[in-house]
Design a protein around this ligand. Sequence first.
Ligand code: ADP
Length: 174
Amino acid sequence: MTQKIALYPGSFDPVHFGHMDIAQRAAKIFDQLIVAVYENPKKPLCFSASERVTMLKTALAELENVTVCAYTGLTVNLARSVGARVLVRGLRVISDFEMEYQMALTNQQLWSEVDTICLMTRYEYAFLSASLIKEVFMAGGDISQMVHPVVREMLLRKHEQRRAEGGEPPRLSL
Ligand code: ADP
């Protein structure tokens, strides 16, 4: 029997509980889930692709049928090359839908065999976004209910690295 392989692409800068929940639920639906870190999205990044891969690998380590990789270029090219005909995405609010709808149709134009499946977020993660987490962290807020401990550690390390390079350190309450 052929394996059902799905691809969950995103920037994951950094991965948070909302992303992790989508990966956990998709891993129950498909035989194999590949979480794919888009290296160069058109938005400012805090972490390199390899840092984002490391965080995802640690955060999702308990999911045996999940692998993590980084990619550049078209998502559908990666999907084709790994044999995934399904793209998984998460939906929080109506404004996500417009973007996901446009991307799903574009990907279908690029490769007619590919389908996009959107999973609704859980109620408790509906407000979570990677940019909000970075903002809360930089303002000294507690993000332990939003991210895996590895993400908090890597944000701290990044902050210390920036401070050592002469940047203004934000006030932190950990
Ligand atoms: P993008 O891929 O658009 O750069 P992200 O990397 O933040 O955005 O997110 C990857 C995927 O996870 C997207 O489909 C996004 O809608 C979804 N997602 C982001 N935050 C949440 C959340 N809190 N709950 C469920 N899904 C989410």
